[in-house]
Design a protein. Structure first.
Ligand SMILES: *Cc1c(COP(=O)(O)O)cnc(C)c1O
Length: 352
């Protein structure tokens, strides 16, 4: 069997939820499990997140899956219905849809029972949501429908993890929201951690539950989070390069001195980013080293020149325990989210 596995720690997932709970105060936690729980597996994430107050998913199909598993907690549908035809299922399954456009408001009468809804306003992200300029009219309109149970006011931050922060959006949004006295949902992981004032009635937490830091200047360990996914493999071949010899497609790495190379069973078809350049951190035998040259479809090369113990079968950690996924992502010019979500179905998963 190919030695590549993704170890998924249910313990770490439950731990990270407990860390969130410690911060949350009165705010209830919606565990965001869209995109196959950020690549960790939907059903397994649901099992580990038993202590959450609710879940957030993207599609009615995911929500139906949860209900089938016996989940009775609130389920938020992050983009609401995509078609009018989904309204009946939303009612049947007792989902809380986000409503972000006029079309979705028009579909409300199609629900055969009262719905709790998250009314989404655009406070500067300019992706989804009603304009804050139309705030009063929208509130009036939604209150005119007979089949509305609870209304929660929602917005989403564009720069909660960056220097710019959230004030520019939060003040705009809260100025309108607080006059209504309605509950609020605004925080993602970054806002939840850095801006406690945004926690509101419901926090929507994704990345921190999976044990990655949303911030460039703060590690997951500093936030007391534990990585949930560890991608592990082994050295399946070794090469000895003389100065002037290269490794891999395009020979983008050229040895300046005698170099020992380990070939690892993991490539871009497994979800390892092809754009990770020479120098991307990797761990062999528990020691840090670097990748060499281009990542192939099923393999990549690592530098074991200074790791005399490294040999055929030596364990290799691509990311996870001992090697933050955020670091690998940064080298590859992307974010931890994308690496997690890209874990390929062909990678064997070991739950622990
Ligand atoms: C995915 C998502 C979240 C979770 O964001 P994290 O940064 O992973 O915590 C929160 N809110 C919305 C609307 C989302 O789509």
């Amino acid at each position: 069997m190919r030695p590549l596995v993704a170890r998924i720690s249910l313990d770490a997932l439950a731990h990270n939820l407990r860390v969130a709970r410690r911060h949350a105060g009165q705010s209830k936690i919606l565990s965001v499990i869209k995109a196959n729980a950020y690549g960790h597996g939907l059903t397994r994430a649901v099992r580990a997140l038993g202590q959450t107050d609710g879940f957030a998913v993207l599609t009615v199909e995911e929500a139906a899956n949860l209900r089938q598993m016996g989940v009775e907690k609130p389920i938020l549908l992050l983009e609401g219905p995509f078609q009018a035809g989904e309204m009946a299922t939303i009612a049947d399954l007792d989902l809380m849809p986000v409503l972000h456009n006029p079309q979705q408001l028009n579909w409300l009468p199609l629900s055969h029972k009262p719905l709790s809804v998250f009314l989404k306003f655009n406070s500067g992200m300019n992706r989804l949501g009603f304009s804050l300029a139309d705030f009063d009219g929208i509130i009036e309109q939604i209150k005119s429908y007979a089949n509305i149970d609870q209304i929660t006011l929602m917005t989403h931050f564009a720069t909660a993890d960056e220097e710019l922060g959230i004030d520019w959006q939060w003040e705009r949004f809260l100025g309108k929201a607080k006059l209504t006295g309605l509950p609020v949902s605004a925080a993602n992981s970054a806002a939840f951690l850095h801006y406690p004032e945004t926690r509101g009635e419901w926090s929507r937490l994704g990345i921190m539950l999976y044990g990655a830091s949303p911030f460039a200047d703060m590690t997951a360990a500093e936030l007391e989070l534990r990585p949930v996914m560890t991608l592990q493999s082994e050295i399946i071949a070794m090469q000895h390069l003389k100065a002037g010899e290269g490794a891999g497609y395009g020979v983008t790495f050229m040895a300046c001195e005698v170099t020992r190379v380990g070939i690892v069973a993991c490539g871009y078809a497994d979800g390892y980013p092809r754009h990770a350049p020479t120098g991307t951190p990797v761990m062999v035998n528990g020691k840090r080293t670097r990748t060499l040259g281009r990542v192939s479809m099923d393999m990549l090369a690592v530098d074991i020149t200074n790791l005399p113990d490294a040999n055929m079968g030596s364990p290799v950690t691509l990311w996870g325990e001992g090697l933050p996924i955020e670091e690998v992502a940064r080298h590859a010019g992307t974010i931890s989210y994308e690496l997690m979500c890209a874990l390929a179905p062909r990678v064997a998963v070991v739950e622990e």
